[in-house]
Design a protein around this ligand. Structure first.
Ligand code: PMP
Length: 405
């Protein structure tokens, strides 16, 4: 493991040198969205100023160039996640759209009484699309609980499978607890029961190396904006055998082979699932975010983030009345907490006055909040550019602010 030159990395992120409320910014809201290095911003600018043309439509040079950039991005994503082919890489608007696509399209085959296994730690993006399906298909949703450390109850997970189970869908990493779920083991169990699995990788892809073939995931979804890339795009990986069988999710241009009022035929993969003009500018720029991660190596990034998280956790536990939600030994990225009965919103607001950006609230995981019997938490989350000095600023400000209550 190599130690990273964090100051050099920070130079790529101009936003990190700005002040907020007269104080240097300490950006600890990376689980919501990470900041973007200049190489990505420059690529967006370059694509707008040099190669903007609609993709897959024109014979002219600009259109060819824009198409080449987008398709190069698809190859790069394939390599990044170790997918077998580019046909398995669908560009979406993000994790949310990826899950909606699978629920709507793969879900077509489900019948009344079929069961789907989710977990109590899911983000709303991995709950509500299945509930929408539940409404018009009459499927049942079964939910895996967690223990006090915030780890999934795997015995219960295994016990929920029966001959009506048609799908399991769970987070790689919890956005509230930071728990890294044993996805490979969970997928192997589901497959032994003949059940396909979707993994919500929104919080996994930014911190862990992703190998969809090693996991043997049927679907894996993630968002660019949480991994140093542009906002508004994401990826759905799906096994070709499923994607080929699945009906289109949306209709329109790009996704057809031939259209007639007597019947329309659809484009081959991956275009069958990419109706309309894609966000080709940002898709092409996403390559630069993948370059960034590759340059510093996801393993080094993860080990730096873990060191920050462990250091901060230890200091936080010295604070009387501190409650940390999510204490699994195998966790990454985030620290969710409450102090005494201080409302998270009040503490979050005061931390902001000191330049520290944290997230407060239910983090789009209301069932998990209900499980803990709390309305919300404060969440500090880390990225590669964060420093130990920032952790100290956060801790010191936190300690000082708590005395006001
Ligand atoms: N799942 C998880 C675990 C998340 O953390 C998030 C983002 N907060 C999402 C899904 C949704 O991602 P997006 O808003 O980028 O679609």
């Amino acid at each position: 493991m190599e130690s990273l030159d964090i100051q050099k990395i920070r130079e790529e992120f101009p936003i990190l040198s700005r002040e907020v409320n007269g104080k240097p910014l300490v950006y600890f809201d990376n689980a919501a969205t990470s900041q973007t290095p200049m190489r990505v911003v420059d690529a967006v600018l370059h694509n707008y100023t040099h190669t903007k043309a609609n993709v897959h439509r024109g014979v002219h040079t600009l259109s060819q160039e824009a198409t080449d950039l987008q398709e190069e991005a698809r190859r790069r994503v394939r390599d990044y996640i170790n997918a077998e082919s580019i046909e398995e890489v669908i560009f979406t608007r993000g994790t949310t759209e990826g899950i909606n696509l699978v629920a709507a399209s793969f879900g077509e085959r489900f019948r009344e009484g079929d069961e789907i296994i989710l977990t109590v730690m899911e983000h709303h993006a991995n709950i509500v699309p299945w509930q929408l399906l539940q409404r018009h298909k009459g499927i049942k949703i079964r939910v895996v609980d967690i223990n006090d450390r915030g780890e999934l109850n795997l015995d219960q997970y295994r016990s929920l499978f029966n001959d009506r189970t048609v799908m399991a869908s769970f987070a790689h990493v919890s956005n509230v607890l930071g728990t890294i779920n044993p996805v490979k083991e969970m997928i192997a169990y589901a497959h032994a029961k003949g059940v396909p699995v979707l993994v919500d990788g929104a919080q996994g892809a930014p911190h862990l190396s992703i190998d969809v073939r090693d996991f043997d995931a049927d679907f894996y979804v993630f968002s660019s904006h949480k991994m140093y890339g542009p906002a508004g795009i994401g990826v759905l990986y799906g096994k070709k055998k499923w994607l080929e069988e699945m009906p289109p999710y949306q209709g329109g241009g790009e996704m057809i082979e031939h259209v007639s009022f007597n019947g329309t035929t659809f484009a081959s993969l991956p275009f069958k699932f990419e109706a309309g003009t894609p966000d080709f500018i940002d898709i092409a720029a996403f390559v630069k975010a993948l370059d960034f991660i590759k340059e510093y190596d996801i393993r080094n990034i993860a080990s730096h983030e873990e060191a920050l998280m462990r250091y901060t956790t230890e200091k936080m536990l010295e604070i009387p009345g501190m409650r940390i939600f999510g204490t699994a030994p195998h966790k990454c990225g985030v620290i969710s907490f409450l102090v005494n009965d201080i409302h998270p919103y009040d503490l979050g607001l005061l931390l902001d006055k000191t330049g520290v950006a944290v997230r407060t609230g239910h983090h789009c995981a209301q069932p998990l909040m209900e499980r803990f019997g709390i309305p919300g938490t404060i969440r500090a989350s880390f990225a590669v550019y964060n420093t130990f000095e920032e952790c100290d600023i956060f801790i010191n400000n936190l300690k000082r602010l708590i005395t006001f209550f």
